[in-house]
Structure formats: structure tokens, C-alpha cells
Design a protein around this ligand. Structure first.
Ligand SMILES: Nc1nc2c(ncn2[C@@H]2O[C@H](COP(=O)(O)OP(=O)(O)O)[C@@H](O)[C@H]2O)c(=O)[nH]1
Ligand SMILES: Nc1ncnc2c1ncn2[C@@H]1O[C@H](COP(=O)(O)OP(=O)(O)O)[C@@H](O)[C@H]1O
Length: 197
């Protein structure tokens, strides 16, 4: 057996990707897939983002998002408390740094559900992260889902569909693409990618 050089750990480094980023256009089904996955595997930790967007009916502070004012968001950014942040369709969204770091230091898998700009920033700062793109079965189906969700007025849907065109074009930047035809299948595939099952 080869001697272990002094100062290095005899335990091989854990090369499994511990940070997974899930991105994809608004309405593709990211939240639905993640909720399904966590119902069966509550041990999968999802970062809760801060946002200046107003809560939708049923959304809870600290569960779906930390809903913050513009001033509070300014402070989070200025104090370096966000791992990344981006403006999306007129609101700002950011990932609180401390909670993510704590989990990664404990070797726990971490999932971020963030937009394309955020995914690019994570890739720059943490090249070991795996980037997963959730794609719709078709453009028509994406429009149907976003419209059918009924949570945004028409002008907001328009803005999100404009952003979706840019996001769909960026799919080749991602390590893996999952097509959201079946929520159950995608949730299973995502768990496997995260090495949870
Ligand atoms: N960069 C970044 N994007 C985020 C963050 N949290 C959420 N997002 C993204 O912001 C976009 C809009 O989110 P949201 O308003 O909840 O709409 P939804 O994704 O259509 O349900 C989505 O692409 C989210 O993935 C974050 O912390 N950072
Ligand atoms: N595989 C699927 N088949 C049919 N409808 C879906 C599927 N996944 C999600 N949906 C529906 O599409 C809409 C948008 O899903 P949501 O999870 O809110 O998307 P996102 O978080 O990506 O914005 C919701 O009404 C949801 O029930």
C-alpha cells in the first residue's frame, strides 16, 4: 500500500457533487418536482431564497421564500449575505449564503432552485456544482402551464415568457437536461443525480 503523504487525508476526497442547481423557465414545473421529491425524501435540503416578489396565495415566509423589502434586499447584498442574486422579471431573488455553506461543510446534499443568471454565477464561484436544466415537453405546453397556474396577470406572464426564450437557448450550458413530462419520473431522476437514492 502506498504511503500517505504527510499532511493529506488518508480518506479519498468525496468527489460526489454535493451542490445541485435546478433551473428552467418559469412554469416548467420546478416547484412541483421539488415538492414531490421532498414529500418522499424530506431529508433533501432545499435552500430558501430571499425575494422582493410579493407572496402568492398560500406562500409562507421562511418556507417558500423569505419575502423582503427592497431595502432589506439592498442590505443582504451589501453585507455579502447572498451566495448569488439576480433580477428576474422585475423582482430580485438571492440565495442566503450561511445556510448553504453550513450544509456543504457537513457533507449534506444541497439543492438550489434558481434562475439562469444565478446558475451561471454558481458555476463561476463553485465549479464543482452540477447544473440541471428542467425543460418543458414543448413551447406550447410551457405556455399552457404558466397560464394555467393562474398566479400571474397577463403582462407578467408575457415578461416570463420573454425570459423563457433566453433560458431555453441556454440549455447547452447545463450538465444535464430533464424533460418535465412526468413529475414522478423527473423527481426520481433528480434524486439519482443528487446521489440520494
Ligand atoms: N438567481 C436566483 N434566482 C432565483 C432564486 N430563487 C428563485 N429564483 C428564480 O426566480 C425565478 C422566478 O421565481 P418565482 O417568482 O418564484 O416564479 P416561478 O419559478 O415561476 O414559480 C425562477 O426562475 C426561480 O428559479 C434565487 O435565490 N436566486
Ligand atoms: N409534468 C407536469 N405535467 C403537467 N403539469 C405540470 C407538470 N409539472 C408541473 N405542472 C403544472 O405546471 C404549473 C407550473 O408548475 P410550477 O411547479 O409552479 O413551475 P415553476 O416552479 O417552474 O415555475 C403548475 O400548475 C403545475 O401544477
Amino acid at each position: 500500500m502506498a504511503a500517505t503523504p504527510r499532511g493529506t487525508s488518508p480518506v479519498p476526497p468525496d468527489v460526489r457533487p454535493r451542490l445541485t442547481v435546478l433551473s428552467g423557465p418559469s412554469g416548467v414545473g420546478k416547484s412541483t418536482v421539488v415538492a414531490h421529491m421532498r414529500k418522499e425524501h424530506p431529508e433533501v435540503w432545499l435552500s430558501v431564497s430571499a425575494t422582493t416578489r410579493k407572496p402568492r396565495p398560500g406562500e409562507q415566509h421562511g418556507v417558500h421564500y423569505f419575502f423582503v423589502s427592497d431595502d432589506e434586499m439592498d442590505k443582504l447584498i451589501a453585507n455579502g449575505e447572498l451566495l448569488e442574486w439576480a433580477e428576474f422579471a422585475g423582482n430580485r431573488y438571492g440565495t442566503p449564503r450561511a445556510a448553504v455553506q453550513e450544509r456543504l461543510e457537513n457533507g449534506e446534499p444541497v439543492l438550489l432552485e434558481i434562475d439562469l443568471q444565478g446558475a451561471r454565477l454558481v458555476r463561476e464561484s463553485m465549479p464543482e456544482a452540477q447544473l440541471v436544466f428542467l425543460a418543458p415537453p414543448s413551447w406550447e405546453e410551457l405556455v399552457r402551464r404558466l397560464t394555467g397556474r393562474g398566479t400571474e396577470p397577463p403582462e407578467v406572464i408575457e415578461r416570463r415568457l420573454e425570459a423563457a426564450k433566453i433560458e431555453l437557448a441556454a440549455e447547452p450550458e447545463f450538465d444535464t437536461t430533464l424533460v418535465n413530462t412526468s413529475v414522478e419520473d423527473v423527481a426520481r431522476e433528480l434524486l439519482a443525480l443528487m446521489d440520494v437514492v
